[in-house]
Ligand binder design. Structure first.
Ligand SMILES: [Zn+2]
Ligand SMILES: [Zn+2]
Length: 255
């Protein structure tokens, strides 16, 4: 499985993009940054996206991707998430006010995007990948995704505060190679993080204990750009017994 990090930050600043992971050049987990970094030829190859939640930093580029794919020459781009998240996207973004409803454009029969509802905790087979949404704890309905291909798995947390269900899925995953876990706020903002359904480095350290003896590579992401400096300092001094990395926009991994 190839994962290219199109963006991995918790907000926008020059040179810092919001969250979107490109899998095997054809699939997305989140769509905070797509149209602004992929060429039109790369955008045309995209087949589907798994969406963690409806917050703008994770979905805004679906709007522009839909516009760019509106050529009438291809199959619909499939946007997948539990029904509650799809309903939020449909009602608040693709509502013919904020943006056209590309799920009925240019025709109902062959629209630019098609929504597909997923059941949390259910495993799906899509394009050779096995995919399972797992509920996590954020201020709105949010999923982590456990993704497996060729007998190895990776876990992408979405935005979340402390959670147990996701780690249970991680412990049961087949050959877990990587965990991408959000780390939004520095330690001195733990109260804010708790209110906003996010994690600090100290909270991540406590969360990682739930992995038990497993030692996948740990990639910390969704750093708020305005706090990158203290976050980097705090992460550098963390002793978790795991292999920690701070994710960067543009990173490419093969698992
Ligand atoms: Zn976010
Ligand atoms: Zn969020």
């Amino acid at each position: 499985m190839e994962i290219r990090i199109l963006g991995c930050h918790g907000s926008l600043m020059p040179g810092r993009h919001t969250t979107s992971f490109l899998l095997n050049g054809r699939f997305l987990v989140d769509a905070g940054t797509v149209a602004s970094v992929l060429s039109i030829e790369e955008q045309k190859k995209l087949e589907w996206a798994l969406i963690t939640h409806a917050h703008l930093d994770h979905v805004k580029d679906i709007l522009f991707l839909a516009d760019n794919l509106c050529t009438g020459e291809r199959d619909p781009f499939i946007v997948m998430a539990p029904q509650g998240i799809i309903d939020l996207l449909h009602a608040n973004l693709f509502n013919n006010v904020i943006w056209p409803d590309f799920s009925v454009i240019p025709t109902m029969e062959n629209p630019v995007i098609r929504f597909r509802a997923l059941e949390p905790g259910t495993r799906y087979a899509f394009s050779g990948l096995s995919v399972m949404p797992v509920p996590v704890n954020h201020t709105v309905e949010t999923m982590a995704y456990l993704i497996e291909e060729n007998d190895c798995s990776v876990l992408i947390s979405g935005d979340t505060g402390p959670t147990d269900e996701m780690w249970e899925a991680a412990r049961n995953a087949k050959n877990l190679r990587a965990v991408f876990i959000e780390t939004s706020f520095p330690d001195e903002m733990e109260k804010t993080a708790a209110l906003a359904g996010h994690l600090t480095p100290a909270m991540v350290k406590r969360e990682l204990r739930k992995l038990g003896p497993l030692t996948p590579e740990i990639y910390l992401y969704h750093l708020k750009p305005q706090f990158c400096e203290p976050l980097r300092r705090q992460i550098a001094s963390m002793d978790t017994g795991k292999s920690l990395h701070i994710l960067r926009d543009g990173d490419v991994f093969r698992f």
